[in-house]
Each structure stands twice: as structure tokens, then as C-alpha cells.
Design a protein around this ligand. Sequence first.
Ligand code: NAP
Length: 241
Amino acid sequence: MSRLSGKIAVVVGGHDGIGGAIAQRFAVEGATVYATSRRADGSDIAYGAGSVRARRVDASDAEALAAFFAAVQREAGRVDVLAVSAGISEFSTLDGVSEDHFDRHFGLNVRALLFATKAATAIMPDGGSVVLVGSIADEIGTKGYGVYGATKAAVRSFARTWANELAPRSIRVNVVAPGPTDTAMFAAASDEVRETLTQLIPLGRMGRADEVAAAALFLASDEASYITGAELPVDGGMAQV
Ligand SMILES: NC(=O)c1ccc[n+]([C@@H]2O[C@H](COP(=O)([O-])OP(=O)(O)OC[C@H]3O[C@@H](n4cnc5c(N)ncnc54)[C@H](OP(=O)(O)O)[C@@H]3O)[C@@H](O)[C@H]2O)c1
């Protein structure tokens, strides 16, 4: 039996990378998945028992996001599962940080995540599930990633509060927290950076997007029916041991 059979899911930032892997995995498990991104082509592609409906939405544009959720409500009537993955991560130490750097990170990683979750949970039936993509950067203090890490600490905090607020409706809210994962976010990194990072990971390699998607699927599904307000690291042990 597919784990998300008949469910309507939304993946914000679901074109490629971790969000893309989550969208495909949710579809394979039977969900009809609306996957948003700025490059989406409007296609509707079957994966296993479900499908991925690619919709072009810039999540940091609040009006576009609201219009998207209104369209999902018209088409599908509800959102059973929400995953929010859209995020940016750019380098800046404290001495060089700009207002633009701050605004772009908080505008997408925090503000868009907040209003996407507000809109989705407004049309989510009791028993639904929210999975937020955080990062182990919220607790390890990597030099040059202070603003990024602060956005992910906000995500962690939101999950705790929303788990509490939505518990009366049996809606669960959890965070999946990847460590270094081989996506476009890391494609530009030099071999040296990748090697240095890998040495810090007990399992000795970077993660794959499908490994993060497997954790997101677990949290989204009924197999995690008694888990809410939690953060599940998928980091090869990097921030755990
Ligand atoms: N990769 C890692 O090592 C790592 C580690 C820890 C946490 N994370 C977190 O995992 C999440 C996904 O990262 P990733 O590595 O998969 O990144 P990625 O490869 O850059 O993919 C990001 C995805 O989000 C979409 N996106 C970006 N900006 C968007 C916007 N304004 N509106 C809608 N969609 C948008 C992109 O599509 P478009 O460009 O078409 O919009 C793309 O599909 C992020 O929250 C990141 O912080 C990643």
C-alpha cells in the first residue's frame, strides 16, 4: 500500500534538489503533488501511483503564493501534506553582511515558509502533516553562514510553536534537517571544499537528495503518527557525534 495514496501534497521549491526529490517521492507513494518553483513549466507528470504538477510561483512573492494556494483549493479542494524546501544559502561573514543579503535569506527561508504554511494549513483537513526543510546549520555555527543559520533556527522554532498550535487539529509539524547534500546548492563548491566537508562527516560522504526525501516521506506519512515538533537530522552524523 502506497504511503500517501490519495493525498494532495504541496512542495514549495519542488523543481529540483531536495524539494524535487521530495515531490517525486511523494508522487511515487501515491500523492498528487503540486510542486512550485520559479522555473516550473506547468507540466503534469505521472510518477508511480501519483503525479507531480509543476507550477511556476516565486515563493518570496506573497501575492503569487496566495494566488497559488487559492488555485490549489479550487482544483483539489485541500492540502493534506505540505513540504517547504525552497531556500537559499549564500556566504557572508558579519563584517561584510548587507541588508540585501539579510532580506533575501529571511524573505525566502523564513517569510515565505511562514506564509506558505499559513495558507496551506488554512485548507488542511484534520490529520494533515507539515514538513519543513531546516538544516543542521541552525546549530553548528559555520563561519560565513550566520544569516543562513539564523533562518534555519527560525524554522526550527516555528515548527515547535506550530506543532503546539495545530495539535488540536491533529496536524503534525516536523523539520527534516539535512547536512551537506549533493544538490545545485553545492555544485559550485570546489573539490577542496567538498573534501574538507566530507572529512567532517562520520559516514564519509555527502548526502543525496533522495535520502532527505526518504526522511521527509517518513515524517509526512502515518508512520510518524505520534511525532510532532521534532527535528530529524539527515547528516551522516555530522552534527550528532
Ligand atoms: N544542499 C544542502 O547541502 C542543504 C543542506 C541543508 C539544508 N538544505 C536546505 O534544503 C533546501 C533545498 O536545498 P537544495 O540544496 O535542494 O537547493 P537547490 O538545489 O538550490 O534547490 C532549490 C529549489 O528551490 C526552488 N526555489 C528557489 N528559490 C525559490 C523561490 N523563490 N520560489 C520557489 N522556489 C524556489 C528552486 O527552483 P527555482 O530555481 O526554479 O525556483 C529549486 O527547485 C533549502 O531550504 C536548503 O536550505 C540544503
